[in-house]
Design a protein around this ligand. Sequence first.
Ligand SMILES: [Zn+2]
Length: 476
Amino acid sequence: MFKKMTKNIALILLLLFLSACGQPRAKYVFVFIGDGMGIIHMNAAERYLASMEDKGGIVPLAMNQAPVHGMITTYSANRYITDSAAGITALLSGKKTTNGTLNMDPEHRYPLKTVAETAKDRGMKVGVITNVGIDHATPAGIYAHQPKRSNYIEIAKQLAYSNFDFFAGADFQAEAAERDSIITLVKQNGIIYINNATAFQYLEPGAGKVLFIHPDSNHEKALPYSMDRNEHSITLSEMLMKAILMLEGPEGFFILIEGGKIDWACHGNDAAASIHETLALDEAVKTALAFYEKYPQNTLILITADHETGGMSMGTNYGDNRVDLSKLQWQKGSFTELIREFEDIRDYLIEKNGIDSVMQNPGWAFEFVVEQTGLGDPEKGLGMNEYEKQHLVAAYEQSFTERNWSDPYEYMLYGSYNPFMMAVSRTLSRKAGIGWTTYSHTGAPVPVRAFGTGAEQFGNYYDNTGIAERLLKVLQ
Ligand SMILES: [Zn+2]
């Protein structure tokens, strides 16, 4: 009897040991970060697809068809609402830090090791892809350790010394002279620097380490919004295809892909731009899924976010229970682009007719808006009542006065944006059925989605620091 029991215990111990050893390890790891992407941002993109097909409900995103769904809290070491620097630090190093800090402890005494650095130690190749600046907080969170996310020169140097294999994104923040010395340093560290589409197209495995600065990096040091891009411009998904081609091999890889402009769109309460940026990230997820089909035994795809931006809601205080996002289809460009055009025309008119005349005659602005967004056109379901028109006229007048952003009431109305165009954007959102509560981030928990090897680790409700812990268990 006793002997039989010992035998059983031995058997159980053996099984436990085997299951610990048999923990599946991922050789190919994709980590997608939708910057600012909460559950509503995903859902808005899904509702938009259905609305455009005149259907009820949603057309699900690829990312939301993952077999494992989780949810993470996002607070930082010193604020309930995190910024992207503290957010990416928690996700990749597994430690909380203060807002603005990149991969260092809250007192800035020592660096925090990232999962990507561990992947490198284990012999894997490491890549990072973004549609904002390659030195911006989220992409920098894979390779940099800095007390301030705005230490752009130091961050760029840490990119050069990181020993990582593939970088692709928009340009460095540094001004021309400093930028030149950064590129020199990058080259000295054995990284090929590429800045045009043709060279990018011809990149082939064996070329070595690569830094691709997207040729369409604009004045904001980012790629244009998906809504504004020209059709030949290289997409996030195409950059990922190239990264896979370059990094695939016996060592395996760890690739971080950031959809950085979901956050930017939502800071500006621009629903259409947020939706198109989310769809662009989902296209990149599909590229990873196609790779996963080839290597289902050892590929992990993880999708999450650093925080929510905008306090976006499906439904508004209008209260009619309708969400028809097809009303956003008439918007011809992102609000960033539309504001630029609006201000160009305004300045031209002021020069021609004088400021008093332009202030007193908002007609041109209403014409611009109906032409560029459909707002004001009853046939598009975007007619405006008297109250709405008056609200826009008041905002138009505001846009000629000195702004006082430190006044909380004024900030609450328009943020730091052009008051008229912000009022247009929010009216358009409301008519489509989308609400906003802030021009900044919120403390809402964000979704986690996982496919493939070790995916089951990422289910349930936990803290963002738990992502790094789980990734460390799953990396080969
Ligand atoms: Zn942000």
